[in-house]
Design a protein around this ligand. Structure first.
Ligand SMILES: Cc1ncc(COP(=O)(O)O)c(C=O)c1O
Length: 491
């Protein structure tokens, strides 16, 4: 599939004198180049630009646009990231002129439809989480974590509990969890996972003390395992005066099936770009709304959407115990609208079906690869399955080699080397939108790689062999990035 992915730079196809555009000549009074740009502003030497025909230019950029792996052109099982398909319906809804033409500083009377849409999304996220109050402002999952931690801090400070400076975090957690804690001014304390990959309850009890402000837990956790003791974890925290935060990155496994508010969570974030099919967007804009209990509601960020008795919507800043504003205006509204379109298009029954299919697909892959790849934890998988390349390592093949070889075979690799507690981890999350045929092709590719590990490991060490960019020296690539088209390093 990927053999057409050969590269040439646009300079290599350049030939002197070829033109793709005809710049306007300038006539007095008309726009143009020669007479419109004063002599002292003109270049003294010609710019080093490629000289190509319009058709060659278009072909070049069209081909370039297909060189990357993307959810729209290939299976993308990047575990924990939930790279689900972004339905085009979302785009249609979010690009309605009533939304795109409204100004963020418009008066509430002028943007009733937009505020109503935001209110509707808040209600849906509250219902799905079982937590009654929502803020849509945070711009990513990590930002939701930070916002929630600031609220937890405000809650304890209001009770005079200055000493509560510690947040407990399981060793399987995503790196943003400890980072957010540090940024919010907390110290972190690690809780071990037991042999089954879930929180070690004895270690949790041993780590509790009056300094604990709360715990951040991901459920299902990053091994794709549902924490069976979640209610007991919540009771232990609450009995000691702490609060339970849930990293909701893995909500795609439990939509309409289990509600964090019902199993003892006080506050959680959603990653709309994981669960509600909004674009991941290469670092932004994203959205990481938070949902909270009645107890934490007073600390939610402002402004908040308020619906008055007459059904009118407004933005209210009048919440004196609020932690304040965490994002300009109202958050990434275009993303929020896409999430609402997704939720409405599905409705409650289909949202539940999303999770059921996500879990089914992950388990189909698990069954297809079990034996060929080592499964470090036997507990049932939810929406993702974590293998280890332990078997392949005997033949000096590592998770990185497997990931690179998958690129040759036309698939985006799974997440590797995460979670950190699994050596040579391969974290596969297919999502619900993939067909059985695609899953079968992926399984076949992984089985082929398992065979190649034994018979021709050097092929895997050199992979990818069919892509324009071969195996990078990743350390060097970070330290001395070559960002120009022609291979010269920036000075
Ligand atoms: C488990 C988990 N928590 C938190 C995050 C952070 O989310 P975001 O990338 O939206 O900041 C991620 C992102 O991949 C994640 O997988």
């Amino acid at each position: 599939m990927s053999t057409h992915r050969t590269a040439s730079t646009i300079f290599e196809i350049s030939r002197p004198g070829r033109r793709g555009i005809l710049p306007p000549t300038c006539e007095p009074g008309l726009p143009g180049i020669d007479s419109c740009i004063p002599g002292h502003l003109r270049r003294q030497v010609p710019a080093e630009l490629p000289e190509v025909s319009e058709l060659d230019g278009i072909r070049h950029y069209t081909r370039m646009s297909t060189l990357n792996f993307a959810i729209d052109n290939t299976f993308y099982p990047l575990g924990s990231c939930t790279m689900k398909y972004n339905p085009r319906l979302n785009e249609v809804a979010a690009s309605k002129p009533g939304f795109t033409h409204s100004h963020p500083l418009a008066r509430a009377e002028e943007v009733q439809g937009f505020l109503e849409a935001m209110h509707a999304l808040e209600l849906i996220l509250a219902e799905v989480s079982g937590l009654p109050h929502v803020s849509l402002q945070p711009a990513a999952g990590a930002h939701g974590e930070l916002t929630a931690l600031m609220m937890i801090r405000a809650y304890h400070l209001e009770r005079g509990a200055r000493e509560r400076e510690v947040i407990l975090i399981p060793d399987s957690a995503h790196g943003t969890n400890p980072s957010s804690c540090t940024i919010a001014g907390f110290r972190t304390r690690e809780v071990k996972s037991g042999k089954d990959g879930t929180v070690d309850m004895d270690d949790l009890r041993a780590k509790m003390d009056p300094e604990v402000a709360g715990m951040m837990i991901t459920n299902p956790n990053t091994l794709g395992i549902f924490e069976p003791n979640i209610q007991e974890i919540s009771s232990i925290l609450h009995a000691a005066g702490g609060l339970l935060y849930m990293d909701g990155a893995n909500m795609n496994a439990i939509l309409g099936i289990a509600r964090p508010g019902d199993f003892g969570v006080d506050v959680m974030h959603y990653n709309l770009h994981k669960t509600f099919s909004t674009p991941h967007g290469g670092g932004g804009p994203g959205a990481g709304p938070i949902a909270v209990t009645n107890t934490l509601e007073p600390y939610l960020p402002v402004p908040r959407v308020v619906r008055s008795r007459d059904g009118k919507f407004s933005l209210s800043e009048n919440h004196p115990r609020s932690i304040g504003k965490v994002r300009s205006y109202f958050g990434n509204s275009g993303i929020l609208l896409r999430a609402l379109a997704y939720a409405w298009a599905h409705g409650p029954a289909d949202l539940r079906a999303v999770s059921e299919h996500a879990v089914l697909n992950a388990n189909y892959i698990r069954a297809g690869l079990d034996g060929a790849y080592h499964l470090p934890y036997g507990a049932p998988s939810m929406h993702e399955v974590v293998f280890s390349a332990k078997i392949q390592k005997q033949f000096s093949v590592r998770a990185l080699d497997i990931a690179k070889r998958l690129c040759d075979l036309g698939f985006h690799p799974p997440t590797i080397y995460f979670p950190l507690i699994v050596s040579e981890a391969l974290m596969i999350e297919p999502t619900e939108t993939e067909s059985k045929e695609t899953l079968d092709q992926f399984i076949q590719a992984m089985l082929q790689i398992a065979r190649e590990s034994e018979t021709k490991p050097e092929l895997l060490h050199n992979a990818p062999v069919t892509l324009p960019v071969k195996r990078l020296d990743e350390v060097n690539a970070v330290k001395t990035p070559v960002l120009t088209c022609c291979g010269t390093s920036p000075q």
